[in-house]
Design a protein around this ligand. Structure first.
Ligand SMILES: [Zn+2]
Length: 215
């Protein structure tokens, strides 16, 4: 395995194999992360609404459901890394990838319902760093379509063009489900500590939202 730093600087810390980085470097960064967290389940994320039970192998999904002792990671670079912790008679968790399609497809509420039907009645959420409504520019028709499906989701960029407010809309959806929400107020496009698909023009690495449940 190579030493860290052999990737272009723009990929330092990258956790995604699918973004054009050297896979040996991804192995290294994932190894360092899992030295801290223990083994994590990973997904092949496709902007869908499929949730699966966490497993050691990579599954095509946009949400992993976690049981006691399990850990999972959701990779992002502008999309929302959503972490859900459900407690009550049983403890369950989920890591969920929420981009525009997942938001409109209802993956967040679907995950909340999955935790509750497993018996985890009291659900808390963390919405990690993602692109904000003042930066996530979309075409006029895309904004109008989002607004039709989820009223209040269309917004305006700081330069006056149509946008969608994914994290803001997610807060409202989750609160309507009775979920206690902690929003991390950081925009990936504005804050250079984070990878951003938009700011780095498609040559961005991926950072991850990680949740590990106690055994
Ligand atoms: Zn922003």
């Amino acid at each position: 395995m190579r030493e860290a730093g052999t990737s272009p600087d723009s990929y330092a810390g990258n956790l995604g194999y699918h973004v054009g980085d050297d896979p040996d470097n991804v192995d290294l960064w994932r190894g360092r992360l899992q030295d801290e967290t223990g083994p994590l389940s990973w997904m092949s994320q496709v902007h869908g609404t499929t949730l699966v039970d966490a497993a050691p192998h990579v599954q095509e999904a946009d949400g992993l459901l976690l049981g006691p002792g399990q850990g999972g990671a959701v990779m992002v670079a502008d999309c929302v890394p959503l972490l859900l912790l459900g407690t009550g008679p049983v403890t369950r968790g989920a890591v969920v990838h929420v981009g525009r399609k997942g938001l409109l497809g209802g993956i967040a509420t679907k995950a909340v319902h999955a935790l509750r039907s497993a018996g985890a009645t009291d659900v808390r959420a963390v919405i990690g760093p993602s692109i904000c409504g003042s930066c996530y520019e979309v075409g006029e028709e895309v904004a109008a379509e989002a607004e039709k499906d989820l009223p209040g989701s269309a917004s305006t960029t700081s330069w006056g063009t149509p946008s969608i407010d994914i994290p803001g809309t997610l807060v409202r959806l989750l609160e309507a489900e009775g979920v206690d929400v902690d929003l991390v107020e950081a925009c990936t496009m504005e804050d250079e500590r984070f990878f951003s698909h938009r700011r780095q023009k498609g040559r961005a690495g991926r950072f991850a939202g990680v949740l590990v449940l106690p055994g």
